[in-house]
Design a protein around this ligand. Structure first.
Ligand SMILES: Cc1cc2nc3c(=O)[nH]c(=O)nc-3n(C[C@H](O)[C@H](O)[C@H](O)COP(=O)(O)OP(=O)(O)OC[C@H]3O[C@@H](n4cnc5c(N)ncnc54)[C@H](O)[C@@H]3O)c2cc1C
Length: 307
């Protein structure tokens, strides 16, 4: 038993299982009292604030595979659940193939925080403000989830069910995030609007990704995912479709940004009003899509000049 001298962090029992089976069994047997954790940067804050009061905290960081980051040029990137954000940023594979994810991680708080915080913890916490969720969704991420029954794979686009709510069941542990290979020529941008530059959650977050697709009428497809403006990260599907269906121009980008703003359902809270957020979604979506479009064009010109 760990006795805490901190006046506001409740006491808990620290459990460090040796195998996934042991961890899943423990979490199943103590369904009401136990919680898995990785970096703990959400769990401990919520315990201190009295939102959570688990009797047992199950440290899953040392389970097999949890610390691995592995790139397969045929299939994609696997990020073990316990890989912290600084390692994701530093990995050559992320920088080369998924720079949008590295940018999203870089927007999270401080270097110190990121040396604990994990992308998978960000996902499992399921806050609509989670900064890395947009990039993981844009890359069609899949969560590998383990339980006593074996492994199941869940598309992230199906995973989030509300603030703090996911499809995770009792006794299940997220073991890794898998990101398929990005489409050739993909370019992305993450814009985070917070009350300050450091250590604030987003008032609005806009993730945009674009790539050439000869099958689309415009010749391109875009992904646009919004943070902090709905109960879950919001995929602005109509805005995405709008830019695939017609030539990409300043006017069609403005139209897509308007559709994104219409799709979101923000709330008023301490960080900003719903009205302000809706307006910022429009402005920042237009800015993010324009920036992606410029990057796509620059890349296209470079390809031509290097032929
Ligand atoms: C000062 C401060 C600043 C912050 N700033 C930001 C910010 O700018 N942007 C942002 O997005 N977030 C921010 N956060 C929130 C937090 O750091 C992130 O959400 C982080 O990614 C959580 O990762 P973690 O590994 O610490 O998760 P943990 O706290 O360990 O876990 C998070 C949740 O996931 C569950 N969980 C953990 N591991 C598993 C697993 N393997 N399987 C199933 N469920 C699991 C836990 O029970 C818990 O509910 C901030 C937090 C603090 C304290």
């Amino acid at each position: 038993m760990i006795r805490n001298t901190h006046p506001t962090l409740p006491e808990f029992e620290y459990i460090r299982p040796q195998s996934v089976g042991e961890a899943c069994d423990f979490l199943t047997r103590h369904a009401a009292d136990a919680r898995p954790f990785l970096g703990g940067t959400d769990v401990f804050v919520r315990m201190r604030d009295g939102v959570l009061n688990p009797k047992y905290l199950v440290d899953v960081k040392a389970l097999p595979g949890m610390q691995e980051i592995r790139f397969d040029p045929q299939s994609g990137l696997t990020i073990g659940a316990a890989v912290n954000m600084n390692r994701v940023i530093a990995a050559a594979e992320t920088r080369e193939h998924y720079p949008l994810l590295a940018d999203a991680c870089r927007s999270v708080a401080s270097y110190q925080l990121r040396s604990r915080a994990t992308v998978v913890g960000n996902i499992c916490n399921a806050s609509p403000a989670g900064d890395t969720l947009g990039a993981c969704l844009a890359f069609n991420g899949v969560l590998h989830i383990q339980s006593s029954q074996g492994v199941r794979q869940e598309l992230l686009s199906n995973f989030f069910r509300g603030p703090g709510k996911t499809t995770l069941q009792t006794g299940e542990i997220a073991a890794a995030l898998f990101l398929p290979l990005p489409h050739a020529g993909s370019q992305g941008v993450y814009i985070k609007l917070g009350r300050n530059k450091l250590s604030d959650l987003s008032l609005v977050g806009v993730t945009a990704l674009g790539y050439p697709d000869p099958g689309a009428p415009s010749g391109y497809r875009f992904r646009l995912i919004l943070a902090s403006v709905a109960p879950t990260p919001l995929i602005a599907k109509q805005a995405e479709d709008c830019l695939a269906a017609q030539p990409v121009t300043p006017a069609s980008i403005q139209e897509a940004a308007r559709l994104a703003s219409e799709a979101c359902a923000p709330i008023d809270d301490v960080r900003g009003s719903a009205r302000y957020r809706k307006q910022m979604v429009k402005n920042l979506s237009a800015r993010a899509l324009t920036s992606v479009w410029e990057k796509l064009n620059r890349r296209g010109q470079n390809d031509i000049s290097s032929d």
